[in-house]
Design a binder for this molecule. Structure first.
Ligand code: GLP
Length: 259
């Protein structure tokens, strides 16, 4: 697991460079996209690369991690709407190439199975952008999630509904359930790039990187993946026991790569 600890203002550019490198190599590639506030700056950095002519995502396919169950598709906070606004439009992607789990489906189980099949059919995800919940969730894989889980219905925790109430009028308006790619689904991506900033994420980052692999902290399953990069700011890194070692490893990286 690679940990890149940076001042807050450098996190987005470094994460975006990793994502762009993978997509250029896989051209046109398959991108895994996440909602939440953490990846917004990464999308903005990718948008700048596109404007500068350094990246083209017009033929890139994308899959979102999750969606609320039962939320109207045109609700501004449905993840379908957020992905359309923040990713598809900003990055000049083809809307027909971008999928979000269908939280309005009559048969949710079937929708989940079809979503898994669509990812497989696209050849799998080349690079997955991830945020992390303060309780260690990735996607909407709340604590208790099977580390082998696939796309499925999950009940949101009270803490997650409260954290996401800021996007709704009231916590009572936040849906109680979601569809989310499973942890097993996420671990199938070729490269995982997780971004986190702020003290509120510090314990989740410590557990993800240094804690025991456990359903209690779902992001700890990332330790099982051979190609994960956590790009975090100093506050989000503040609970890490091995922080100095990660910083030293990153500082010395060019010396190894130039050999
Ligand atoms: C949401 C999303 C996650 C996201 C997390 C953190 O509920 N389902 O994909 O990583 O919460 O959000 P934020 O980045 O706003 O803290």
């Amino acid at each position: 697991m690679e940990l890149i600890i940076l001042p807050s203002h450098d996190v987005d550019a470094v994460a975006a460079r990793l994502v762009a490198d993978d997509l250029r190599a896989a051209s046109p590639g398959v991108l895994g996209v996440a909602t939440g506030s953490s990846p917004l700056g990464v999308y903005a950095a990718l948008e700048r690369m596109i404007a500068a002519g350094d990246l083209d995502l017009s033929r890139t396919r994308a899959f979102a991690l999750d969606e609320y169950v039962g939320i109207p598709i045109d609700h501004p906070e449905s993840y379908a709407a957020v992905i359309r606004r923040e990713v598809v439009e900003r990055l000049g992607m083809n809307p027909a190439f971008v999928r979000v789990p269908d939280g309005r489906a009559d048969d949710l189980e079937l929708a989940c199975a079809e979503y898994e099949a669509a990812i497989r059919h696209a050849g799998g995800i080349d690079v997955q952008i991830l945020g992390i919940g303060a309780n260690g969730h990735i996607g909407f894989n709340e604590p208790s999630s099977s580390l082998a889980s696939r796309t499925r219905v999950k009940t949101l925790t009270r803490a997650t509904r409260e954290a996401n109430a800021r996007f709704f009028d009231d916590v009572a308006d936040v849906p109680t359930h979601c569809l989310t790619q499973g942890i097993g689904t996420i671990l199938d991506a070729q490269h995982l790039v997780l971004v986190a900033r702020g003290e509120a994420k510090a314990e989740a980052i410590r557990q993800a990187a240094e804690g025991p692999v456990s359903a209690r902290w779902p992001a700890s399953a990332l330790q099982l993946h051979p190609n994960v990069t956590l790009v975090v700011d100093d506050d989000a890194a503040s609970h890490l026991e091995l922080g100095d070692y990660y910083r030293e490893t990153y500082r010395l990286k060019p010396a190894v790569e130039d050999r």
